[in-house]
Write a protein that binds this ligand. Structure first.
Ligand SMILES: CC(C)(COP(=O)(O)OP(=O)(O)OC[C@H]1O[C@@H](n2cnc3c(N)ncnc32)[C@H](O)[C@@H]1OP(=O)(O)O)[C@@H](O)C(=O)NCCC(=O)NCCS
Length: 263
């Protein structure tokens, strides 16, 4: 694009950096430093306005819930493996972030998209209407063998982070219709597919809460990336400090099951 009508090719409404002053959404960064928390400034940057105290606490709780989940997660394994191959901290953390897809962290985007699709414009739906909606969603998932993002877990039948986050959301007044729909879907799964154990997982829970906070579903993965980046930096730094390079899978963890030697 040419520079006609003062429209430059690269434009932003997030941060201005001119004449020695950095303004984030119009607030001088000098004044944010030391006065506002990281979660508050994340909210400001992503939403354009300063959060209320409850919004700031909720976003902080979401970040804490997703900060790390141990060495066995796909992101930690990938990050540590890439570092072990002789790469830098930034390459290793980036590799961990690249694993965040529909089954790991990325489910926030899909789940929030689903909740927002169903409830946009129906924020005043009654509790009975929400239960009916949940019933239809689960019936459709079972009939058409759909995997609903935000439900199920490899380890937990009740995800402890979900319970705590829902309690915090209730205390801070973010238990609106999105959270109610998310919980009603889990109840329906419990009723219709008790053998499969499909609890609302932490991704689904965050998806519902950010929807109640008015965030666009397309930011879903972003919340997880912001939180888990810290966990991955920790995982990679520990790999660096404790382990020798070039990790290999131990023999009991892998096998060859292709054709035997051929003449
Ligand atoms: C998290 C997840 C990968 C765990 O998978 P798992 O416990 O290994 O479960 P499986 O893939 O073996 O599936 C077991 C059965 O439950 C069903 N199932 C699993 N998750 C489901 C979901 N979210 N919605 C509907 N059905 C689901 C499977 O279709 C399968 O049914 P079948 O036995 O009739 O074929 C899986 O539940 C999932 O894909 N969830 C959606 C993505 C998500 O929310 N990820 C975030 C995780 S924190």
């Amino acid at each position: 694009m040419s520079e006609t009508n003062s429209q430059k090719e690269w434009r932003t409404a997030i941060t201005s950096n001119q004449d020695g002053k950095i303004l984030i959404r119009g607030y001088n960064l000098d004044n944010l430093i030391g006065n506002k928390s990281y979660a508050e400034v994340c909210f400001l940057l992503l939403k354009g306005e300063m959060p209320t105290p409850n919004e700031a606490k909720m976003l902080d709780a979401i970040f804490v819930s997703s900060i790390d989940a141990g060495i066995a997660t796909p992101s930690a394994v990938a990050a540590r493996t890439v570092f072990s191959g002789g790469n830098s901290l930034n390459a290793a953390v980036a590799a961990g972030i690249l694993t965040l897809g529909d089954a790991h962290g990325g489910a926030i985007e899909k789940a929030a998209g689903m909740f927002q699709d169903y409830l946009k414009g129906k924020e005043n739906l009654s509790d009975a209407g929400i239960e009916e909606m949940a019933k239809n969603i689960v019936d459709d998932a079972i009939k058409n063998k759909k995997r609903l993002a935000g439900y199920g877990h490899k380890l937990h039948t009740v995800d402890p982070r979900t319970k705590r986050l829902l309690d915090v959301a209730g205390d801070l007044n973010f238990g609106g219709n999105y959270v109610k729909l998310a919980a009603a879907i889990a109840d329906e799964f419990r009723l219709k597919k008790p053998e499969q154990k499909l609890p609302l997982n932490v991704d689904g829970c965050i998806a519902a809460i950010i929807s109640d906070m008015g965030f666009d579903y397309r930011l879903g993965k972003g919340f997880f990336i912001i939180a888990r980046s810290c966990g991955l930096v920790g995982q990679v730094f520990e790999e660096w400090m404790r382990e020798k390079p070039f990790r290999r899978l131990a023999p009991h963890l892998h096998e060859y099951d292709g054709v035997p030697e051929r003449g």
